[in-house]
Write a protein that binds this ligand. Sequence first.
Ligand code: PNS
Length: 156
Amino acid sequence: MCPGSFDPVTHGHLDIIGRSSHLYDEVVVAVLINKSKASLFSVEERIDMLREVTSEYGNVRVDSFYGLLVDYCRSHEIPVVVKGLRAVSDFDYELQMAQMNHDLAGVETMFMATNPTYSFLSSSLVKEVANFGGDVSGLVPAYVLERLLRRLAERR
Ligand code: PNS
């Protein structure tokens, strides 16, 4: 399981998803439905982008979930969550979530060190930079870039 908000998916996410797909028989990429967090793209749009950019991986499936991650894992018999760690600053909160998820349902978390090329990357920064005209073409797949620029233009 590779969970996240994916608003939108970046090369950093894809790095973790692609490497996970080589390690595990099947990978589920699951978009959190979070009604209290404003997003640039709807859940359906995020799923569509994820499906497009992961289509080369035969063992990756994209889905969404609402509520607790461990409930989704339990109901789909998923034993492992993979999380990318960009820097030490990610670690505290990720460790807390990993321990909670293990305590709640015995779900294991595997931390994968991100490719250093993407260690500064986040969806939030991509959106902010793109919104002010910065070049994010090296940070997201071309399909996502096109949709991102279109959405930001619509919002102006
Ligand atoms: O891309 P994000 O926003 O950093 O992803 C965070 C996510 C979705 C992985 C995390 O918030 C999560 O698992 N949320 C589901 C709700 C849940 O299970 N909360 C308890 C965590 S211990």
